[in-house]
Design a protein around this ligand. Structure first.
Ligand code: SF4
Length: 312
């Protein structure tokens, strides 16, 4: 008998447990770089991109613009299938804004991925202002037969912060995108950064309350990181005092408080981001994702608390 309403004894509603229960086994995302651009880089919304973005931080080795979707999937699946014979796969359109193309092109790419016999669905990372009703209506039809998740870069619930990091959209667009995906039975995920300059602990805890009231199914949190080759790095060099980079203990404390306020129905996929060592300026914790999560679980236990304990 599980202790918590999400069906496990973990003290938060964890994504991997949710996926194992949903698919009755292991599921692995295979990252694909399908050569998309981003309207915040090509001039439609802005140039230069978000101040923290260096897109090289999130493409694994097997992603390569010169390779087709099929060959990237094959390489990724070959890599994992040796370890786990019964694994299922999701094609993860990860780099840049993966709905930023005419619908016909999107259909060709997504359907190429879904034609792979071992792929059971899609995860599509994009900006909230890069989806419209036409794209979502199409994804709704795919979602009738496959697992389809759209992952939105929400980043902050405060428009001043979104402006400061040059996101080129506001929180209202995120609310629209999350609501419209949920309404169409498309799985959604909100990606948020904790620690942005100009924000305080009161803002992050307020964010947990705000997100909890929205139809958010999955959440990815991560600590602010400064990466080389970004405009935020220049800002950091010039005004380091504006940046309160978390220590591991500070961030653990914050994530526990955030989880306590968070709607227990929201599935949490991750708490930290791990940039390649060569690109990471700060904070340099030297901790893997699973090591952070293990510490978090210990702290939840020590404080005898859990996700949603203070949710109203
Ligand atoms: S973070 Fe996303 S939206 Fe911002 S510049 Fe990078 S790819 Fe574009």
């Amino acid at each position: 008998m599980s202790r918590f309403l999400w069906g496990s004894n973990k003290r938060y509603n964890d994504f991997s447990g949710h996926f194992r229960r949903k698919f009755n086994g292991r599921v692995q995302k295979i990252s694909i770089d399908a050569g998309f651009s981003c309207p915040n880089r090509d001039g439609l919304k802005g140039t230069g991109g978000c101040s923290y973005c260096n897109n090289r931080t999130f493409s694994p080795e097997y992603c390569n613009l010169e390779k087709s979707v099929t060959s990237q999937l094959k390489e990724g699946i070959d890599f994992f299938s040796g370890k786990y014979k019964t694994m299922k796969y999701l094609a993860y359109f990860q780099s840049y804004s993966n709905t930023y193309a005419p619908l016909e092109n999107l259909k060709a790419l997504y359907e190429e991925a879904l034609s792979h016999p071992e792929v059971v669905g899609l995860v599509i990372a994009t900006r909230p202002d890069c989806v419209d009703a036409e794209i979502l209506d199409y994804l709704q039809t795919l979602a009738e037969d496959y697992y389809v998740m759209v992952e939105f870069g929400v980043e902050s619930h405060k428009n001043e912060s979104l402006d400061r990091m040059n996101r080129g959209h506001h929180f209202e667009e995120s609310v629209w995108a999350l609501t419209e995906t949920a309404r169409r039975n498309i799985h959604n995920c909100a990606h948020l950064i904790l620690g942005l300059p100009g924000e305080t602990e009161a803002d992050w805890l307020d964010q947990a309350n705000v997100i909890s009231q929205l139809p958010v199914e999955n959440l990815k949190l991560h600590q602010l990181q400064i990466h080389k080759g970004t405009r935020m790095y220049q800002e950091y060099l010039q005004r380091e005092a504006d940046f309160n980079m978390f220590t591991v203990d500070e961030y653990l404390d914050l994530t526990v408080k955030y989880l306590e306020l968070l709607n227990p129905g929201i599935i949490v996929e991750r708490f930290v981001s791990e940039a390649p060592d060569a690109l990471l300026v700060a904070p340099r914790w030297g901790l893997k994702n699973f090591e952070f999560t293990a510490r978090l679980e210990k702290l939840l236990e020590k404080r005898d608390t859990w996700q949603g304990r203070l949710f109203r």
